[in-house]
Design a protein around this ligand. Structure first.
Ligand SMILES: Nc1ncnc2c1ncn2[C@@H]1O[C@H](COP(=O)(O)OP(=O)(O)O)[C@@H](O)[C@H]1O
Ligand SMILES: [Mg+2]
Length: 587
């Protein structure tokens, strides 16, 4: 199922945290009621206590709760107000804790979903992917969404509640004035929504600039060795500098324009506030509104400032989160490997499995077939070789045999079962392709051999022995625990190839494909290697792609690939007899 990022999706995700949300909201409501109650003490203090107007509340208090003089009441109410504020702050801290953990969980799940998706993205897409660009989406854009969820959603709820309560109290105090506020508020929101629209675009631009910077920097660092060899540090670092400059420009644009938009929104609000204050004074002068109630109304206006601001910010956060979602969704557009259902596993319980290719054609780009109507039959346990000029499609064919690329036309049968009825993981579990350019991890020798799987030391040493690596590892200062450096830089090309072969020996597959896997070895070491591999490979199906005659002279059968077509094939002797040039070209 394709997941994708949207505000609606995030909100529905939020609804799965019902229990926490309800608890958080109850706490919010209590905290809000506490704060909203505070201005109600003003008319009590001013009108009843100070101006001596009708002692409605005060007489009720002195009768039912507590009797005191003016000073006592003032300090008593002060203490009560301070207590209410402290309690409200404490509750809002707890509420934040609840909401923060909800939002972090949501963004965590978002990252996990992205990782899960990336895990299944097809190789074709990976080949064109810029690593930095993907990481920036997983970090920066998810962070933008996190800001939206954590700070805003929680505050938006409390802001809406505060506004609602304040409106109710205001309506109770003086409904005409309250109506005036309630009508002006949507106008403020309308204008600020207009202002916020562009901010999303600016955020998108800023995040895109981060993405470019990160991508170019990652590539420069990845290929640093090559760059230094070509004496091109200036060129590549200047490119990253340019990207940094662009990032700065976008960050400045976003930074001040979003702030300007927010401040303008706030200005609109303050304008409304000033108008309202004048109207309230008019109400005191020309109607029966008391000064105490007027001050209480002013306080409510202040109580409403923060939530209004939060709602304004909420609009900005929504538009930036929308922009971040759009960018994240570009990941979900990447094509994934096909998911197949598997009924029988042809490899289970077998020592070796045969492979049959029928009518296979393949193109990387629509207009040019790299492989054309390939038919192959490799019986279980046989050793075949594929030869052909560089660029004839050998590596492509090997990659297709392990399901790296989907087939355009044709079918491959593994032990009689079609590739369409086999999981790719089953194929790769049993068919080990030794890549033409094996990559090593910047980790220990041991990790590079085991790739994290648990093998006994004995198995590792046996694999090292077969791969002709025993002496190499013994020569390393820390043996198997030696770090091999970035991409195995501390090892020679031939040693890296042998690490890949040792990896294959450890994984003990049923079919082995060597794609020019010994090209960097001298003929002598290669002969020793194949000698040592002989017993190991005895019962397995083996496909060897090679350039050198020495590598393939023991094959049972040789296929010749020319411009993507299997032109001819036969035993080494037959081919040799037919046309010596096949091999003279290779040697
Ligand atoms: N990942 C790829 N994307 C696009 N074209 C590719 C890719 N890999 C190889 N090719 C093209 O396919 C052709 C065959 O390449 P390859 O299978 O690597 O040949 P060989 O291994 O026989 O040297 C070449 O013309 C090459 O340019
Ligand atoms: Mg190749």
């Amino acid at each position: 199922m394709k997941r994708h990022c949207s505000i609606k999706g995030i909100l529905s995700e939020l609804s799965s945290y019902k229990k926490e949300l309800i608890l958080g909201n109850i706490i919010s409501i209590v905290a809000t009621v506490l704060v909203v109650m505070i201005p109600l003490f003003i008319p009590l203090l001013v009108d009843e206590l100070l101006l001596g107007k009708d002692h409605h509340f005060l007489s009720w208090i002195s009768e039912h709760l507590w009797q005191s003089d003016t000073k006592g009441y003032i300090f008593g109410i002060l203490a009560l107000i301070l207590f209410l504020r402290a309690l409200s702050t404490f509750l809002s801290i707890i509420q934040t804790k609840i909401f923060v953990s909800i939002s972090k969980n949501i963004t965590y799940r978002m990252r996990i979903a992205l990782l899960q998706y990336l895990k299944l993205v097809s190789l074709k897409e990976y080949e064109m992917l810029r690593v930095g660009s993907v990481t920036s989406k997983l970090v920066t854009d998810v962070e933008t969404i996190d800001n939206f969820v954590s700070s805003t959603v929680s505050r938006a709820i409390i802001a809406a509640l505060t506004l609602l309560f304040s409106a109710a109290v205001l309506l109770w105090i003086h409904w005409e004035l309250a109506l005036f506020i309630l009508i002006t508020n949507p106008i403020v929101v309308f204008f600020t929504a207009k202002l916020s629209r562009n901010i999303g675009k600016l955020k998108k631009e800023e995040n895109r600039a981060i993405d470019l910077f990160q991508a170019s920097l990652t590539e420069t660092l990845e290929l640093f060795h090559q760059i230094r060899a070509a004496n091109k540090e200036n060129y590549f670092f200047d490119k990253s500098k340019e990207d940094a400059q662009e990032l700065k420009d976008h960050a400045i644009a976003y930074g001040y324009k979003s702030d300007a938009a927010m401040k303008s929104s706030y200005l609109i609000f303050l304008g409304g506030y000033e108008v309202f204050r004048a109207v309230s004074i008019l109400a005191v002068a020309y109607s029966d509104l008391s000064v105490g109630l007027m001050l209480a109304i002013f306080s409510y206006l202040w109580v409403m400032v923060t939530p209004t601001q939060d709602i304004i910010n909420f609009q900005y956060a929504v538009s930036t989160a929308k922009a971040a979602c759009e960018r994240i969704n570009s990941i979900y557009l990447l094509e994934q490997e096909p998911i197949r259902t598997e009924i029988t596993d042809p490899f289970a319980g077998q020592k070796a499995v045969g492979i049959e290719v029928k009518g296979l054609s393949f193109a990387y780009y629509e207009d040019k077939n790299i492989l054309e109507n390939i038919n192959l039959e490799i019986k279980e346990g046989t050793k075949v070789a594929i030869v052909g000029a560089s660029g004839s499609g050998k590596t492509t064919l090997a990659n297709i045999l392990v399901g790296f690329y989907p087939l355009d036309r044709g079918e491959i049968f593994y032990g009689g079962i079609s590739n369409r009825e086999l999981k790719l993981s089953t194929i790769r579990e049993n068919i080990h392709l030794i890549l033409q350019h094996p990559k090593l991890f910047n980790d220990t020798m041991r990790f590079n051999l085991t790739l994290g799987k648990d093998y006994s030391d004995e198995a590792i040493h046996k694999a090292l022995q077969i791969a002709q690596l025993k002496e190499v590892v013994e020569g390393l200062k820390q043996g198997l625990d030696t770090l091999v450096g970035k991409d195995g830089i501390k090892l020679s090309g031939g040693q890296r190839q042998r690490v890949a072969i040792a990896r294959m020996v450890l994984s003990d597959p049923k079919v082995v494909i060597f794609d020019e896997s010994t090209s960097a070895l001298d003929v002598h070491t290669e002969a020793k290697l194949f000698g040592a591999l002989h017993d190991f490979l005895k019962e397995k199906t083996v496909i060897t792609i090679a350039h050198r005659l020495s590598t393939i002279k023991n094959a049972d059968f040789i296929y010749v690939l020319e411009d993507g077509c299997l032109t001819d094939s036969g035993t080494p002797e037959a081919l040799l007899k037919k046309d010596e040039s096949y091999f003279s070209r290779m040697i």
